[in-house]
Unconditional design. Structure first.
Length: 389
């Protein structure tokens, strides 16, 4: 086949642009508002560290059925419908979070909303990303993953900045989340319908697992996903309690989270470059070692401006773990990319359920500094295991 005949499906830049825009807008509403700022909002409602830990866990627990079902649903409903369903779940969840205090329901009602929001995130995540990566030029997939993750890393920057502007009290922040999530439908309408599903979708999960497991890059991605999920969910879900005990008010916490998100936005391409040039093991070990240092500094520092710089670095490194896992999924030489993305995403989300529960319990039993102790220990374990392989 000549290059002229293959260029059209391989370089469908209208759809690539549209899907990147969908992810950017949806990530602000589904992740930036729900995962990053709603825990701050709930802390102001009086929830404890343990309760916030369970809420953060419910978000990641809810993701898992979405991540697991999305490839099957995409085959039967179409990827576009799956993405729409995911956005709708998150909108309903945000409305429910706003309604719980009005209806005077007990705090576990937030967990149902968290599960639904996580389901919406999982459906949109795996409904969209394999669609995007399959139509991308094969030689540029690694760079596209880095670029895509940079775009969606804007969410932890934009959401806290909006929260600092509109305030965390009241329901305005939740309506902002609804607005961004719904707005993602507009660019989705400009994405061309993906081609007929490839034959590899008939493979069973055991067949796909047997094809992926022998590859070292997949195993490294799995380790990074398992440790990275625990770290991101624990730090994002419980940071409000940690910072509050150090004298930061809600607005300053939002500014710190903005710095965290800005690091995630700006440091993904360098991490992707390291993965391309030095390999997954080296990139993962460097990011994990840096996480140990940043967590130790935050645990020792009082409420001083140095904390903002440390949060910038920590945000970039923790966000990099998901980027590295997805790079591993797209570079694993198997025919079933959708399975690779889905399985590593499930591993990331499964471990993310554990992170805030364990860290939240440790904080309740000891002190809020246990959050950074947990972060440093998990990252150190990652360094050791990566260097052993």
């Amino acid at each position: 086949m000549s290059s002229s005949t293959s260029a059209s499906p391989a370089y469908d830049w209208r759809t690539i642009t549209a899907l990147n825009t969908v992810s950017t807008l949806a990530q602000i509403g589904q992740f930036g508002i729900v995962y990053v700022m709603v825990p701050v909002w709930l802390a102001l409602q009086g929830l404890s560290a343990a309760q916030l830990g369970f809420f953060a866990a419910s978000l990641w627990m809810g993701q898992m059925p979405g991540l697991g079902l999305a490839p099957w649903l995409s085959r039967h409903w179409g990827a576009r419908t799956v993405v729409v369903a995911g956005l709708a779940c998150s909108v309903v969840a945000l409305l429910g979070i706003a309604w719980v205090p009005v209806a005077s329901l007990p705090w576990p009602a937030y967990l149902a909303c968290g599960l639904l929001a996580g389901l919406g995130m999982g459906l949109r995540w795996v409904g969209l990303e394999p669609w995007l990566y399959r139509i991308a030029p094969a030689h540029a997939r690694g760079r596209l993953v880095g670029f895509h993750e940079t775009l969606i890393a804007a969410a932890p920057v934009v959401a806290p900045a909006i929260a600092a502007w509109v305030g965390v009290q009241g329901h305005t922040l939740l309506w902002v989340g609804v607005g961004f999530t719904v707005s993602a439908l507009l660019p989705l309408a400009f994405a061309r319908t993906p081609p007929a599903e490839e034959a590899h979708h008939v493979n069973s999960w055991p067949q796909s697992a047997r094809a992926a497991w022998p590859h070292r890059i997949f195993r490294q991605g799995l380790l990074i996903a398992l440790c990275g999920g625990m770290l991101e969910s624990a730090v994002v879900g419980l940071f409000a309690v940690f910072a509050g005990d150090r004298g930061f008010d809600a607005q300053n916490i939002a500014h710190l989270l903005t710095s965290f998100g800005l690091g995630g936005l700006l440091l993904q391409y360098p991490v992707g470059w390291m993965a391309d040039h030095w390999g997954m093991r080296a990139a993962g070990a460097i990011a994990a070692a840096g996480t140990v240092v940043a967590a130790a500094l935050l645990a020792l520092l009082p409420g001083v401006p140095v904390a903002y710089a440390t949060m910038f670095v920590l945000g970039g490194l923790i966000t990099a773990f998901l980027t590295l896992a997805l790079i591993a999924a797209t570079k694993t030489p198997t025919p079933d990319m959708a399975w690779n993305v889905s399985s590593l995403s499930i591993a990331y989300s499964l471990s993310a359920v554990v992170g805030p529960v364990v860290a939240g319990g440790a904080m309740t039993a000891t002190a809020s500094a246990a959050l950074m102790g947990f972060t440093a220990v998990v990252a150190a374990v990652m360094v050791v295991l990566l260097l052993k392989k």
